[in-house]
Ligand binder design. Sequence first.
Ligand code: NAP
Length: 516
Amino acid sequence: MGLIPYKNEVYLDWTEEKNVEAMRAALKDVGSRLGRSYPAIIGGRRVETDDEIVSVNPADPSQVVGRTASATEREADMALETATSTFETWSRTSPEARARILLRASAIMKRRKFELLAWEAHEGGKPWFEADAQVAEAIDFLEYYAREMLRLKDGVEIYSVPGEESRYTYQPMGVGVIIAPWNFPTAILTGMSSAAIVAGNTIIMKPSEFTSVIGAVVAEIFEEAGLPEGVLNFLPGYGSKVGDYLVEDARTRFISFTGSMKTGLRINELAARQIENQRWVKRVIAEMGGKDAMVIDDSADLDSAASDIVKSAYGYSGQKCSAASRAILHADVYDEVLDKVVEKAKALKIGGPESADVNVGPVISEPQFEKVSSYVDVGKQEGERVLGEDPGDPQGGYFISPTIFEVEREARVAREEIFGPVLSVIKARDFDEALRVANDSPYGLTGGVYSKNRDHLELARREFKAGNVYFNRGITGALVGVQPFGGFGMSGTDSKAGGPDYLPLHMLARTVVERF
Ligand code: NAP
């Protein structure tokens, strides 16, 4: 196929009035469509359920964004049955034809970009630039995985012995259950789903309960792109209600999950148990939580270190698995960096995503608001709060102001994933100690070092225990194809989304040898 080389989608420039106007118009348009109902889609058929999921705007919980079906085991069973039978045809569809569907979905997303941004603002509470980065990431996944499938469609080179031909090729695996989180409801859902589909699998797509409407929009885009019925079965539902059923079923071949450590470990455990009629070892691709650290040493450019700590800690209100939730500062520069971080964090504009200049929006939901609020209470007991206020009444929106605690490394706020705008700042005697503190975590997702000392950078290059390590820059916003993303330890199976090893996780590798 004659495609132009892959390149990342360019972000929108919010200083351009035409973009601001287009976004305002999209917010108004999507605003006029709130409150609608979205059924499940199984084999192309709209399927209503007895119960529903009501999704609200986190910046204004009185506003219902939409209502989606709430699947039970009955609909999950229908979806598994449909995906199983559709696998027979889709797995035999050519890789080129499968890739073209992704390219068409990407073109639709580009055309509908402002609308998608507006859904992100309404349902995810995303500031405009965060929403844009996320939709750009979804487009990148589609473009990248389409090209990856074309690269892998005839297999990869291996050696043959004289007189024989050895071939090593990839084939589709089966029915995949795609379980997504709410924090990147367009990008991660699109990325996990498109990788599975382009590899020739059929899927059950389960979005997060908090962003089910965006899930419905993504499902519609694949439909509009011409994906045959039954390849993607859209199954909104509560994880607690249908999750175990989908994971345990004998028809499920693999589970692609992104979410918390707790859920990921449960899925891994349930998937490992063999049940009646099961004919394979289920594969689990799991990307989970983080407690990501940035280490600042005494040689660093302190101004830019402070700016990147603030960006990495408070982008999307700290609700990124890659977010900096620990800043580990060399004792000699501790006060200076902390002062700068406080000053820069104070300047952030908090609010609903109504204009391009809002930096920090609400957290996603009432349970998340309660969880983060309780960590703010814990932090006040454990250390000194140098920035932030007690959270207010959640009825006015789930807003929590950027918060900073000075704590010891053992503090719970410095060890547990909070997933909100809360940063723990820890003092280290020297670089070795700072790196030890950074590594002293069961997680290992992202990490950063700010330093001009070559020995320190090389030491961190070898020893920093994280799947994505960044030097002298922020630690969030991994670009597809440029910064393949996935963690070590309890952060997951290191599947590296957006990288060259990702698609083969969704396929079976076959070796065929013929002697002549
Ligand atoms: P979560 O509570 O684990 O939920 C993730 C998904 O799992 C949701 O769709 C959820 O459904 C579903 N689920 C819940 N219980 C289940 C069960 N028993 N079986 C199957 N599925 C089940 O996580 P979250 O709060 O949505 O997302 C935040 C977490 O994701 C954080 O820990 C963050 O670090 C992590 N994350 C990691 C990455 C990465 O690449 N490593 C990226 C983004 C986020 P419901 O919505 O209905 O509960």
